[in-house]
Design a binder for this molecule. Structure first.
Ligand SMILES: [Zn+2]
Length: 200
């Protein structure tokens, strides 16, 4: 990945990875250069990208309570060499990609088939909320994502239940047959007539 090594984000990652568990200061990060060999503006934003869009477990003073570390305001620590896909937050996805993904997937969760019109099975009185999830291929290939511009092909529509993962193991998918069973009489009659015409 030659581009990555020259880019600011690649250099920052190398610095963090050479000092896992030890603080890197904001001053050190500010001295790293971009592809043109000059310091870049808003460099801390790139650090947040490493954390939020690529899943590197980078913490700062705000995480002291959680980590038990005693970091100063200008200190950052990478806790593990490899990124953890589960740490990726969806803030890296812009509104346009989100809409393209939802449209392509018919505003339907690709895992369980639920839509925003369905009830949340775990939260009585609440409807399903759709999210944009990273595809597994992308998760596995996460370092490549640094040099790649993400498109709708990297994401898939997921409902809030499937997106949370853990509790959905016993979540029953909604199938087309379920939809037909739940449809009103007139819709069922139309489907019946259509199928009868087709098969008899
Ligand atoms: Zn789902």
């Amino acid at each position: 990945m030659p581009n990555l090594q020259k880019s600011y984000i690649g250099k920052a990652l190398s610095l963090f990875q050479s000092r896992i568990g030890e603080p890197v200061t904001s001053e050190e990060l500010a001295q790293l250069t971009g592809t043109k060999g000059k310091p870049i503006s808003h460099n801390i934003r790139r650090i947040f990208e490493l954390r939020d869009e690529m899943g590197y477990n980078i913490v700062n003073h705000k995480d002291n309570k959680k980590t038990g570390l005693n970091l100063k305001i200008n200190e950052w620590v990478l806790l593990a060499k490899d990124p953890d896909p589960n740490r990726i937050r969806s803030r890296g996805i812009n509104k346009r990609i989100m809409f393209e993904v939802f449209s392509r997937d018919n505003f339907t969760c690709k895992t369980c088939g639920r839509t925003p019109e369905d009830d949340d099975p775990f939260k009585p009185g609440h409807k399903i909320i759709l999210h944009v999830g990273h595809k597994l291929a992308h998760k596995r290939n996460i370092e490549n994502a640094i040099t790649k511009v993400l498109t709708k092909d990297d994401f898939v529509t997921m409902c809030n239940v499937c997106n949370e993962g853990a509790k959905n193991t016993d979540l029953k998918p909604i199938t087309l047959f379920d939809r037909v069973k739940d449809a009103d009489k007139e819709t069922q009659k139309n489907i019946y007539d259509f199928l009868k015409h087709k098969f008899i």
